[in-house]
Every structure is written in structure tokens, then in C-alpha cells.
Design a protein around this ligand. Sequence first.
Ligand code: DOR
Ligand code: ZN
Length: 338
Amino acid sequence: MQSLTFRCPDDFHVHLRQGAECGNFARDARAAGFARVLVMPNTLPPITTAAALNSYRREIEVAAPGLSALMTFKIHPKLDRVALAALKAAGAVAGKLYPEGVTTNSEDGVRRLEDAYGVFALMEELNLVLCLHGEHPEAFSLDREAAFVTGLAGLRSAFPRLKIVLEHVSSVAGLEAVLADGPLTAATVTVHHLLYTLDDMVGGKLDPHLFCKPLLKRPEDRKRLVEAALSGSPKVFFGSDSAPHTREHKESALCSAGCYSMPVSLSLLVSLFEAYGALNCLEPFVSRFGAEFYGLTLNQGIVTFVKEPWTVSKLYHGVVPLQSGATLPWSLDSSQGV
Ligand code: DOR
Ligand code: ZN
């Protein structure tokens, strides 16, 4: 296979940051071939109001023509019916739940899941998707996802019609909990959790550019995630969790979690699916299942990847990307996209 054309993909989990850099990261998303991105709300201050959501979307779409920003808000137990209805009317498609302190800018996160049950009830009524950063802050760091998902069954029985996405699923336990539930529970999978384990980050010399939350896990976790991504299950779809932090910050003590995968994610996915003889499963994973879960129309455009090696830039706007400086076999043919 020398060339692969498929429906324009969506990325159902990105961090675009704010201010001057936001435009750069949004343009990178468009240049990478994505038509739509689900934008996470963990800016400073966070996106919690309709006004903030509108101006953030405008900033993104003005900076990156051709990219549609699907917007989320950060869940706070105090969000009431009026605020949530305004967010919905402003076009929010989902609310993101961050447990307290589990990742970048989550110090204002929710302490106990039950504290946000009032918000979940309103979200269910308004047909807003609940996106979960599924880590229990008090568990050992490798076990945080497993500890968190013990609460999923209770959440489901309290809110039988709520659409729930376990974001950046990273473990067998997380995945099995999602698959055990019905069609209203899904998971996004990142390219870094599909390709790496904890050993890639800390098994030899420390690689801070692979430090992400949830942490990369064991080989058996990675293997199960790959199986799930290739399985053709509509409950498992792509969300990169592309999360840029500057090189200076990543290569320093107390660096934040996050991998900047946006420029390379699709190329790496083509190679991965090709290696497993499953290129036919790629388009549903990146271009269909997420849109269907969210009740969105499918993108009309196409992207074409060709087997022509390209070398990943060492730095994008001061950020070290995943596979920095590496040569990858599949490149996006930008003359072919629509
Ligand atoms: O690695 C991560 N980085 N995981 C997250 O959940 C947040 C993200 C960020 O915003 O940097
Ligand atoms: Zn994220």
C-alpha cells in the first residue's frame, strides 16, 4: 500500500492552550488533517461560562480557518441550570470532569464524584456528554484509573441516559469497565498510550516528553488498548490528548504532564494500523465512531497519506513534539485534502 485516502478525521480530545500560542496549536491541528477537534477547558481561568466558551471558540476558528472547534466546559459543582442551559445554547457539546489535582490546571477539580451529581443530572437532561478524566487522586499513581472506574457502575445507574466518555483510557481495568457498560459509555484512546509503556518514559533515562496523565502503563495494558482500537468497536475512538508544554518547562523539575502529539498522531496511527494489517479499521476509529457517539454528521472532506518519509521538526513553537526529529514513513499529502 503506497497511498491511503479516508474521510477527514476528528480529534476528540485536544488542548489548544490560550493567548498567542492557541492560534499556533489550532493551525497545527488543521495542518495535521483534522476537520474538528474537541477542545478541553483547562485553561486559566477555565472555560465555565457561555461567554468564555464563545470567545475561546472564536479565537480558535479565526486562527485556523477550516478547523471546527467542538467546545467543552469545566464541570464545577456550582454550575446551575441557568449556566448549563447557557453553555448548551452557546454550543457546548460536553462538560469535562477533572478530579482535584490529577493533572494540569485541575487544582479546582471536583473532590468527590457525588459532589457533581447535581450537574450530571442537568447534563443528562440537556444531552451534554460527560467527559471524564478518570483517575482517583488518592490511589497510587499507576492504579488511579482502576480505582476511578470502580465508580462507573454507580454513575451509570444514577444517570441511565447520560453519555459518558472515559478520556485517554490507559489500562485494562479502564477499558473493561467501559466495554462492560452499554452503548452510552465510550472511551477515547491516545496515540501515546497505544505506542508506549512506562518503560519508554522511565525504563532508561528519563524522557519528560512522555510524561502524561494518566501515566503510560504496563505492556499488557498497551496491548489491550491496541486490540480495542483495532477491534472495530464503536465505543472506542480517537482523542489525542495532545497537550503542549514548552521545552523549557518539560525539561525542568516539576514539569507538567502532557505529550504534544498533534503533528504526528495520524502518521503514527497509519503505521500502527498498517503493522497489524488493520488499515480498514482506521477510518472508523478516527473519522466515524466519535462523531456518531456525539451525534454529529460525518465530515465530508478527505485526507490522503502517502508512503513518503518525512522528518518531524524538532520543535513546534517552542514545544518538543512526540517523535521529535524522527523520520516517519507516512506523510500527509497536503495537495490532496479537501
Ligand atoms: O498529560 C496530560 N496533559 N493529561 C491531562 O489530562 C492534561 C494535559 C494538559 O493539559 O497538559
Ligand atoms: Zn487532556
